[in-house]
Design a protein around this ligand. Structure first.
Ligand code: ZN
Length: 503
């Protein structure tokens, strides 16, 4: 009896001991997995906290003029960032840099956005650069809001002028910010959809989910609430944040103006520096166009892809009558000679003196024209005088029938004014007469340096042999910002550009 009792007790003891071992083992496995999951989290969120603590001063030698901004967050941390003013008024890019370094490290991306003309604001995440604190997800969100609120207060920055621009892994910050603030546009470069998705890509399953950890950096859920125009760019050979995640976000976005650019064979890094030229037009058009959609080719249905017409291989539609870049000259006319543009609007306004009181432009052109005239007014405290704008086929015919020469007036069906995109400013009949007036010369010089920012070009500025008509310093044509910028930078007239492309 004793024996059996003894052995029984020993058995229970041993069994009990094994159970403890087993539980301890389970806890250890759980903890190890937790550490593993945490490690994955750190590697895909903000790992740079312990290095790359650099000062912003290096910027000064890199041709960026900026103002260093220090904001104290609610919990007493210092948020360090910058404000760099661009030449285009009322266009602010709120730039969120990648996680592999501080602001200093990403200076070239800031310089790139500035070179497009936009004001840039950006800050370092908690623990990065000169910002204090630790980069917990919620703290990064708070920083983003506090920093912006400070600049709203100090610089008068407005949400409706602001484009959110995010590169890489912490997309959630940009998306979170856009949910809370009615900003104008959203750009996501190589974005991540959620933490779970990131773990699926790294270890084959959402490890956090099986460890009862919540999903985080969850842009996929948040983007469902953002209907502003959205542009996503992703390399299809990205081995850090898989291409599928960019596509997933794109599918989930409810925006009616969403565009996806697939960079073929490209990975995660150096997108802006490697595609600086190719993407320039894309960014300018996406950020500055008033009416999105109209100038883009819709390639595929719903969730597949929209490609920007002006994307990697820029091409302008010079032929369709209603194209913003429709080309006409004494030999080239409208396909439909009696073409009438849609969406004509009256142009008289606070900044525009409509000398005929019935002048009209197409809505796209008018929107940018009004912005330009407001800018003009800021400089000269004068309204711009418009003496002609849209002219119908019938009206052009009437002008010709009254005897206007072919050097100055187009035949009906051949006039840029019929596009609804051209204006004649101030009264003059020859370029000498126009430019001999010092005031008009000053106005011309101003337009010559700034009109392209609003998508306008002076069509007839060389001579008849080049442009088809005599020089007309008063005639300005809207062609969209990308073409206007190309013309301006290459010092070509529309005719020169058109015939060079046709060769
Ligand atoms: Zn004209």
């Amino acid at each position: 009896m004793n024996f059996s009792n003894l052995s029984n007790t020993a058995f229970i003891d041993r069994k009990y001991r094994y159970s403890i071992y087993f539980v301890v083992l389970l806890v250890m496995v759980y903890l190890l997995l937790l550490i593993f999951a945490k490690r994955i989290e750190t590697s895909v969120s903000f790992p740079a906290v312990h290095y790359n603590v650099q000062e912003l001063s290096g910027y000064i030698s890199k041709n960026i003029t900026f103002e260093e901004i220090n904001v104290t967050s609610e919990d007493g941390d210092t948020i360090n960032g910058l404000y760099a003013e661009g030449r285009i008024p009322n266009k602010i890019v709120y730039y969120f840099h990648g996680n592999g370094g501080s602001l200093e490290y990403f200076y070239s991306e800031i310089a790139y956005i500035l070179s497009l003309g936009y004001t840039v604001i950006a800050f370092d995440y908690p623990g990065y650069g000169k910002s204090s604190g630790y980069p917990y997800e919620q703290k990064v969100y708070t920083y983003a809001r506090d920093f912006f609120a400070y600049l709203q207060d100090q610089k008068g920055i407005r949400e409706e002028d602001t484009v959110i621009w995010w590169y890489s892994i912490g997309t959630a910050i940009a998306v979170d910010f856009a949910v809370q603030h009615p900003v104008e546009r959203l750009i996501l470069v190589a974005p991540l959809s959620s933490r779970y998705d990131m773990s699926r890509a790294m270890v084959g399953f959402p490890i956090q989910k099986y460890l009862w950890m919540a999903n985080s950096l969850d842009s996929l859920e948040k983007i469902k609430n953002i209907s502003i125009p959205t542009l996503i760019i992703h390399g299809n050979s990205d081995n850090i944040v898989p291409f599928e995640q960019g596509k997933k976000l794109f599918s989930a976005s409810p925006s009616k103006n969403k565009y996806f650019i697939e960079l073929d064979g490209w990975g995660h890094n150096y997108i802006l520096s490697s595609f600086a030229n190719e993407l320039k037009g894309v960014f300018i058009n996406f950020i500055s166009s008033w009416v999105l959609g109209e100038r883009y080719v819709y390639l595929d249905d719903s969730e597949k892809k929209h490609l920007l017409q002006l994307s990697l291989r820029a091409s302008f539609d010079f032929d369709s009558d209603d194209s913003l870049t429709k080309y006409v000259d004494p030999q080239i006319h409208f396909n439909n000679l009696q073409y009438v543009p849609k969406n004509l609007e009256y142009i008289g306004s606070e900044y525009v003196h409509d000398t005929k009181r019935n002048l009209q432009l197409r809505r796209d052109a008018n929107e940018m024209f009004q912005r330009m005239t407001e800018d003009f007014y800021d400089t000269f405290k004068e309204k711009i005088d418009v003496v002609s704008a849209y002219r119908s086929y019938i009206y052009q015919k009437w002008i010709k029938d009254r005897g206007c020469s072919d050097d100055l007036c187009a035949k009906a069906g051949y006039s840029e004014h019929q596009t609804g995109l051209a204006v004649d400013l101030w009264e003059a009949s020859t370029d000498q007469e126009f430019l001999s007036q010092p005031k008009l010369q000053r106005y011309y010089d101003w337009l010559d340096t700034r009109a392209y920012l609003y998508g306008f070009t002076n069509t007839y500025q060389k001579w008849k042999e080049v442009d088809g008509y005599e020089i007309e310093p008063w005639h300005w044509r809207y062609v969209g910002i990308q073409l206007a910028t190309e013309l301006h930078e290459s010092d070509q007239t529309f005719a020169e550009y058109y015939y060079a492309q046709k060769k």
